[in-house]
Design a binder for this molecule. Structure first.
Ligand code: PBG
Length: 325
């Protein structure tokens, strides 16, 4: 055979493959989610997320320093609220001395350059486990948005660099931007969970924070996974309303959405490689059915290749070690 084009030439050695690789992972691509609980010296493994922990503030701070040392540049904070502090108004979410606010301060104190992002939604604080205020069977939009705006101010005042509204209420990005501006918090950014689908892959996360919805599901605010055009509508509106970074969530089953969003916006796109995606890899690896490290790198590279420049992932630390090592 005398072939004119031989594609295998570019695949024949690790050196050539490295030269022509189109997608490269860096530790600063990863956002490390952290689950924080009250107490001191407390580290609890999450049963459905083996190898992942809820930690008290002191241990979280140590973890953040370690992440920084590995080249990770941002963390996304979630707190587990005590049951007795939960209500239907998000009261504890606004407490200036609440666990979230104390966590932000402690992290910024210990590691000032780490970019601290905070989850903004009511579910960890809600007796109903819903992302908003409940009236009857309804998760009411406008009253919820007011609380989310106040919550964002509170996080920004505590030192958060970005607030990350994960609630999917309408109009919250504009309301949050406006609220931040009204208090002179003009440096605080917004990473919007813009195309967040109602997904079964959040199951383990809800175990982590004990935040599963008490009634119904989240389908009246999170998106239907059958929809693609709607994701573009959500993302474009969030950008118009002031989102600095938009997000698609989950990641692996939504690579088409990530790509399409990437092609349509002029802001950074992030993707959330969620708890259920973590759990699947962990479980299969534990059974000896998958090579864990290879599965991690392939998954994260695919998400990056689809168009996400940032990936929130529970594998942030493992991946950071692998991509520099
Ligand atoms: C809450 C929130 C959820 C996640 C991030 N923020 C759960 C939900 O919407 O029910 C999921 C993260 C994960 O599964 O890793 N607003």
């Amino acid at each position: 055979m005398h072939l004119i084009r031989r594609n295998r030439i570019l695949r024949q050695s690790p050196a050539i493959r490295a030269m022509v690789a189109e997608t490269i992972l860096r530790p600063s691509d990863f956002i490390a989610p952290l689950f924080i609980i009250e107490g001191a010296g407390v580290k609890e493994e999450i049963s459905s997320m083996q190898g992942y922990y809820r930690m008290s503030i002191d241990l979280t701070v140590q973890e953040v320093k370690e992440l920084w040392g590995l080249g990770i540049r941002s963390v996304l904070l979630f707190i587990k609220c005590k049951d007795e502090l939960k209500d239907n108004a998000g009261t504890e979410a606004l407490n200036p001395d609440g666990l979230m606010q104390r966590s932000i301060k402690a992290i910024k104190n210990a590691c000032p350059d780490m970019v601290v992002m905070t989850d903004v939604a009511l579910d960890p604080f809600s007796t109903y486990g819903h992302d908003g205020i409940v009236e009857g069977n309804e998760i009411v939009n406008d009253a919820t948005v007011e609380v989310l705006a106040q919550m964002s101010i509170s996080h920004a005042r505590a030192g958060a660099d970005f607030v990350a509204p994960s609630d999917m209420m309408d109009g919250r990005i504009a309301a949050i931007r406006e609220a931040l501006e009204s208090k002179g918090l003009s440096k605080t950014g917004i990473m919007a969970y813009s195309a967040k689908y109602a997904s079964c892959f959040y199951g383990p996360f809800r175990d982590a924070l004990d935040s599963a919805p008490g009634f119904g599901d989240k389908k009246t605010y999170q998106m239907d996974y059958a929809n693609r055009i709607e994701a573009i509508k959500e993302v474009l509106m969030d950008v118009e309303e002031g989102a600095d970074i938009v997000m698609v969530k989950p990641a692996m089953a939504y690579l088409d959405i990530i790509r399409e969003v990437r092609d349509r916006v002029d802001v950074p796109v992030s993707a959330y490689h969620v708890s259920g995606e973590y759990a699947m890899i962990k479980a299969a690896a534990q059974m000896g059915w998958l090579d864990e490290n290879k599965a991690i790198l392939e998954s994260l590279t695919a998400i990056r290749r689809a168009g996400a420049s940032l990936i929130a992932t529970y594998f942030a630390k493992d991946a950071a070690r692998m991509v520099v090592g």
